[in-house]
Write a protein that binds this ligand. Structure first.
Ligand code: AHG
Ligand code: MN
Ligand code: MN
Length: 337
């Protein structure tokens, strides 16, 4: 048991090795991990904790909020306000940014989160999660505003998620690979269970919401149609399909055994670039996937190169095993004449 590596020890040793975790960033990661532990406790209580069902409110995207969306958002805000590591926070569940109140010292970092990903799975007891992204406050000349958050994903200092499933797992990158920690409920500690996670370059498993097929664009139709043709088709192999409808769970499977995940633009709402949110979902997942050797694009460009125009911007997402993402992206960039 003495060989177990806790999250705290991992962060200390990473700092010794790479020198890339300033004290404020370490505190930030530890505080987010602690908040996730508290969200996990609420999730586990379920009906006994009266946390299931909808709240009587909508978020900025016009989605009905679940009670756990609001609880998780509050847990993350309260945990992160007072430590002096943050200047401000932004969340999928808040219309505008939350600046750290004057009574607390202002830190160097900006934290963005999807407090509860997979909301439609809460009440049916299927894996859900929390996704987070960390940016540095670049401009020190003035107070903090939404503009400070509009940085491309490649500038993230750290990113990760926690999946509340059969196990509670925290997955983290600070730009030197991806590590996974499993929550030991008996000791309350996060234990390192996978280091330097790698996504296989090839896969036979895709994840997409097939019910939207009739709304897809030609390159996505072509890519999925070829997968569906299996051994007899141009790909010469049978594919399997999985769709959890919680991005955290789908990405966790891909980090564990490979696969490709697509939430493409579609014709249901042609003015929106996609369903998923660039800053709270796509960027942090793209950072993790790239750090594990995979790729993440919007069908045409690398997700982490996109410069956000607004906080709640949406984006199309293709991510996972390198060769499949490359193929789906090629189909968009070089459609047959
Ligand atoms: P959220 O619960 O934070 O709104 O995110 C849900 C997202 C994502 O997790 C998932 O991949 C996708 O929506 C599911 O979409 P469908 O409802 O189209 O399956
Ligand atoms: Mn989400
Ligand atoms: Mn959410």
């Amino acid at each position: 048991m003495s060989s177990r590596i806790s999250l705290t020890r991992y962060l200390v040793e990473q700092q010794r090795e790479h020198g890339h975790i300033p004290a404020q960033l370490r505190l930030l990661i530890e505080v987010v991990a602690r908040a996730c532990k508290s969200i996990a406790i609420s999730v586990n209580k379920g009906a006994l904790g009266e946390v299931l069902g909808s709240a009587a409110s909508e978020n900025v995207q016009g989605e009905v909020q679940k009670k756990l969306d609001i609880i998780s958002n509050e847990v993350l805000i309260e945990a992160n306000e007072w430590g002096g590591h943050l200047a401000a926070m932004a969340s999928e569940e808040m219309d505008s940014i939350h600046v750290v109140p004057n009574r607390y010292p202002q830190g160097e970092y900006l934290l963005l989160f999807d407090p509860l990903d997979g909301s439609s799975n809460i009440d049916v007891n299927v894996s859900i999660g929390t996704i987070f992204s960390v940016l540095r406050k670049v401009n020190n000349q003035r107070g903090i505003s939404e503009e400070d958050f509009l940085q491309p994903g490649k500038q993230q200092a750290a990113a990760g998620y926690c999946v509340y499933g059969p196990q509670t797992t925290l997955v983290l990158t600070m730009g030197t690979g991806v590590a996974m920690f499993t929550l030991d409920r008996e000791t309350g500690s996060w234990v390192l269970t996978e280091d330097q996670v790698r996504i296989p370059e090839d896969t036979k498993e895709f994840a997409i919401n097939m019910s939207n097929m009739r709304h897809w664009d030609a390159p996505v139709k072509r890519y999925i149609d070829e997968c569906l043709q299996g051994k007899e088709g141009p790909r010469g192999k049978d594919f399997n399909m999985r769709w959890v409808a919680s991005m955290v769970a789908d990405v966790h499977r891909i980090l564990t055994r490979g696969g490709v995940f697509l939430y493409p633009w579609d014709k249901r709402d042609p003015d929106k670039p996609g369903k998923l949110r660039l800053m709270y979902e796509a960027n942090p997942m793209a950072f993790l996937v790239e750090q594990a050797g995979g790729l993440a694009t919007n069908g045409r460009q690398r997700i982490m190169d996109l410069v956000p125009g607004k906080l709640h911007e949406r984006v199309a997402v293709v991510l996972g095993s390198r060769n499949e993402v490359q193929r789906a992206t090629d189909y968009h960039l070089n459609p047959p004449a």
